[in-house]
Design a protein around this ligand. Sequence first.
Ligand SMILES: Nc1nc2c(c(=O)[nH]1)N[C@H]1C(S)=C(S)[C@@H](COP(=O)(O)O)O[C@H]1N2
Ligand SMILES: [Mo]
Length: 392
Amino acid sequence: MEELISRRETLRKGLAAASLLALMPDWALPAMAEDASDVPFTDIPNTFNPNNPNSTARLLDIRKIDGPITPKDQFFGTQHFNKPEIDGEKYRLKFTGLVHKQAEYSLSDLRAMKSTEIINGYECSGNSPRAMEGLCSNGRFTGVRLSSILKQLTIDPRAREAVFLGTDRGPLDIVFRQQTYKLEQQFGRSMTLENALKPDVMVAYALNGEPLTRDQGFPARLIVPGWYGVANVKWLAEVHLQEDRYLGNFQARWYRTLRGVGGTGEDADPETQWIETEVTRMHPKSVIARVRKTAGAHSILGFVLNDGTPLKSVEVQIDGGAWQPATLDKSNSRYSWKLFTYRWEGATPGEHTLVSRVTDANGVMQPEAAALKRKKTFLEDNGQFPRKVMIS
Ligand SMILES: Nc1nc2c(c(=O)[nH]1)N[C@H]1C(S)=C(S)[C@@H](COP(=O)(O)O)O[C@H]1N2
Ligand SMILES: [Mo]
């Protein structure tokens, strides 16, 4: 960071041309690049393979983050069923249910509408240290505001719920009491109409300025900034407005969290209440992604994911010492991931433990992993992630 600032200052003094300054990268990693080398993490299992050909998921190797935007060909990817191959010419996005004008749009119809862009960083709600926190990315999405389409169609005042159906489908076990029904199901998610009409929710057809790939939901997908990845329905086929709650498998069952609240934290404590909640907005999480050795010191780079609430602080702790403030990157925006750097002075040879924590403006602090003990189900793991590095 300091290097970058002084480089900018030199330029500022030496160059009258403000336009050249605008070309300077507006983020911190380039400062770490010159004569810098990666410090190895010792906490990564030998079996870790972000591009495992036997897995349907692709992870981002966070050690390779080298800019604010995840390149399109490194973007993480995951889904439950098949990845439908859709003909962009034949594609139609349908709007059904409680709208006065039912409608369908082709991809070129969508592209012809007034477009909007947002930088959105998100993670799968199953992301965790087990996946080396690689089920996340940060991209620039282009599309059409969902609210502007819906308003054109005139929403029936009875509508309360927006259901988003993908083109993908597959076999599911639907359990009802003692019965299991083996059924072919379409991927579906929902949210309240109020949430669906928030101005940042969009039907996106491009990532980083290029069409979505098949894996990324071609031709169009939903993007719900600040929410866990599952809200971002890919291969979007239909938006259906209804009055009642939608209780599809991926809404009511697979994406919920069971946790204890109240009491002292012991399972036996009668004060403990067990609550089950839907997976919606991202809980604040920070992750140390990369450590670089520079001429005078070491540079720690990490990212924060959250629901868009402004941040109060990101802090780094080394070997159990005092928490130190990290520097948030200039490239950060409301719904992007928030990159941070920390300049680590005087690192001694040997193994060290580095951990970060984020606190948002509402005072919500990323918990220690142990504090999540009463979260019984594995989704929404935003615990602090202590990393081990070897300094040579
Ligand atoms: N149609 C459809 N959309 C989907 C899914 C799916 O299975 N089907 N998976 C969701 C989940 S769980 C996640 S985390 C994100 C992943 O988005 P990405 O593959 O673009 O990274 O897609 C979401 N959208
Ligand atoms: Mo996910």
